[in-house]
Ligand binder design. Structure first.
Ligand SMILES: [Zn+2]
Ligand SMILES: [Zn+2]
Length: 140
């Protein structure tokens, strides 16, 4: 677990810091994450938005209607196209950062897979991880 994390896009126009600790990652296999990533989906760190700070650049925003039907804002670099983070319109206090944009992944692992029903057959899903065919079920 790292206490201060940094990250950014491929071209370097967007840079950010995360002050919240991250240890568990969530892989999303929804068809929208497949399109935006050009691969099997996205791997994300869920964090409080207050712990995220842009230190350079302004990402572009795409307004998506997610597979769940919710409005999801997807933020990406307008220069190189790297997806950086997203959050639901209804819950701006929480966001998910694309784990592949972090500079350092030491100690991080994928603990949960969501939207596995639409996973590509070539995507690896660890059978020991938590898996959900659709969205993350509400916390009980
Ligand atoms: Zn960029
Ligand atoms: Zn997704």
């Amino acid at each position: 677990m790292t206490s201060s994390l940094t990250g950014g896009c491929l071209c370097g126009a967007i840079r950010y810091t995360v002050s919240a600790p991250i240890s568990e990652l969530r892989a999303c296999h929804c068809t929208h994450c497949q399109k935006t990533s050009g691969t099997g989906g996205s791997v994300n760190a869920a964090i409080p938005s207050a712990s995220f700070a842009l230190t350079q650049g302004t990402p572009k925003r795409y307004t998506d209607t997610a597979q769940s039907g919710r409005t999801l804002y997807r933020f990406f670099c307008g220069d190189c196209g790297s997806p950086i983070y997203s959050h639901r319109q209804a819950t701006p206090e929480m966001m998910v950062v694309r784990a592949g944009t972090l500079d350092n992944s030491a100690g991080l692992k994928i603990s949960t897979h969501i939207w596995t029903a639409s996973a590509r057959p070539w995507s690896h899903i660890d059978p020991a991880s938590e898996r959900h065919p659709g969205n993350m079920p509400p916390k009980t």
